[in-house]
Write a protein that binds this ligand. Sequence first.
Ligand code: NAD
Ligand code: GLY
Length: 359
Amino acid sequence: MQTLTVELEDRSYPINIGEGLLGQHSLLQAAVPARDILLVSNTTVAPLYAPAVKSALADRRVVEVILPDGEQYKSLATAARVFDVLVANRFGRDALVLALGGGVVGDLAGFVAACYQRGIDYVQVPTTLLSQVDSSVGGKTAVNHPGGKNLIGAFYQPREVLTDTDVLKSLPERELQAGLAEIIKYGMICDSAFFIWLEHNMAALRALDATALALAIHRSCQVKAQIVGRDEREQGERALLNLGHTFGHAIEAATGYVEWLHGEAVGVGLLIAARMSERVGGMPADDVARVEALLKLAGLRTAAPKIGAAKAAGYLSIDKKVKSGRVRLVLMKGLGQAYLSGDYPDAALQETLRESFGA
Ligand code: NAD
Ligand code: GLY
């Protein structure tokens, strides 16, 4: 097992990564030092992994809430259902929420923990690659609003992240690929050596090679933990973690959040960000070609839907990084050298949008 720490003074917490962690009773028992535990999972993940968790915690009072599976259930209505269970069971401030699932379960359970009795402990047990390398770390909790994704939420850190890489064996291939996009993102932001490592080890990752997976998850969490440790509330540097997301969100929104997985849209967004960076940031054309090649190696799509540049620009204008009416973009000077900027020629953005989304 490898352990990393997210350094946030009195709110620091460990990320434990390893094979078969859910089978190690003492680890789970130490991670959740509460008598009353609310286990939040969904109809897909619970039958696979809740029995192991419950068996490790047989000496506690574990109440389960099994949510329907799907992004559409990451809502206030679902959160209200979870609050009802906490109240009905008279759970107090010393209770703990254990999130067992992907980013949907983790974001919602974290949000519930942030609000219930003004904040109770929660632990993340992420079960998708995307949640293991991204959403379980950093304390962004939220539910969606009909008006937009993640509009209602809080920065609220877990007390531990327990990442068992064995659970990825049951993950559908498409979900695995979506997680690979977020891993590629970390190399592009600040670690060109990691990007090169990914170029050489993508096949091993897709074959679920345990050593390769452990390294990729560890390095991804390390990059994220360091950035979150410096900028927990996204006042600056944390925005770099959104590389590719501004364009990716346009794809997700334009296709109704059903056709593209988040990670798939981010993958294409990474390539569009690279093309824009070639135009305005001096990113070498060879680097852009390497991004496209690595996405293909990961089995990810590289062509955006032809929704048209104007429609794409409309989605960009409601991005969370808009400041004083200007869309700030995460761009790169080269692989591993990301920066945030609102200072780019509009014509370059228009050209990039036309090239990627069609006229
Ligand atoms: P998800 O939670 O919907 O999981 C994807 C699918 O895989 C679901 O059907 C799920 O039931 C299934 N699944 C999960 N683990 C499995 C396993 N081990 N075996 C078989 N099936 C399994 O999607 P996701 O990609 O994990 O997360 C996406 C969510 O994360 C979005 O809501 C997004 O907004 C959020 N997110 C949050 C952050 C953050 O910082 N908080 C970062 C990135 C994404
Ligand atoms: N997923 C981006 C962030 O946590 O900031």
